[in-house]
Design a protein around this ligand. Structure first.
Ligand code: HEM
Length: 153
């Protein structure tokens, strides 16, 4: 089967980006919530809590959900970035998605550093800052896809 690199399905890409933004927003809300109820240091393993993908005990329910959603997000964003490289001919989308993927990897590593440093305040602040930068690049991607969509109508 030959690869169609000329078609640019802006509307579908817009919807996928919107879903990824929705998951990211939920991860951020969960992060702030678990921090507020002091569950930040409730599970000291990484990247998953000791229960893996099983139902977690209440002690680290939100921390577990935060990380599991990040796993789903990582699968979705990496597949999307891969798709943009192998199936689409759009350099600007590739750059934005590569930046987003790089920030996601950085954020996961910072998540690990937070655990090993037992929530060192500067590391927690960096986790928040990187999370916002990640959210920002996804919004930029969404807006640019919106313009593509309008142009092709
Ligand atoms: C897309 C990826 C992620 C995003 C957008 C994200 C976002 C956030 C946000 C916004 C907070 C709240 C920070 C605050 O209130 O100052 C938070 C907290 C937290 N995140 Fe993440 N996070 C991500 C990935 C991870 C990963 C992979 C881990 C660990 C493996 C992790 C561990 C934590 C912990 C332990 C806290 C609680 C910090 C505290 O109690 O102060 N996060 N996250």
């Amino acid at each position: 089967m030959s690869m169609d690199k000329t078609r640019f399905p802006a509307k579908s890409l817009f919807i996928v980006t919107l879903i990824i933004i929705g998951i990211t927003y939920s991860v951020m809300m969960l992060g702030v919530y678990l921090s507020s109820i002091h569950q930040g240091l409730s599970c000291l393993t990484w990247p998953l809590c000791p229960n893996g993908f099983e139902i977690p005990p209440p002690k680290y329910f939100y921390e577990h959900t935060h990380r599991t959603l990040v796993f789903v997000l990582t699968m979705a964003l990496f597949s999307f970035t891969g798709y943009s490289f192998f199936r689409l001919r759009n350099k600007s989308l590739r750059i934005k998605l590569s930046l987003a993927s790089g920030l996601l990897i950085t954020q996961i590593v910072i998540g690990w550093v937070m655990i090993v440093t037992k929530l060192q305040p500067l590391v927690v602040a960096t986790h928040l800052a990187t999370g916002i930068a990640f959210f920002g690049i996804l919004i930029v991607t969404l807006i640019s896809l919106y313009h593509h969509m309008k142009k092709s109508q």
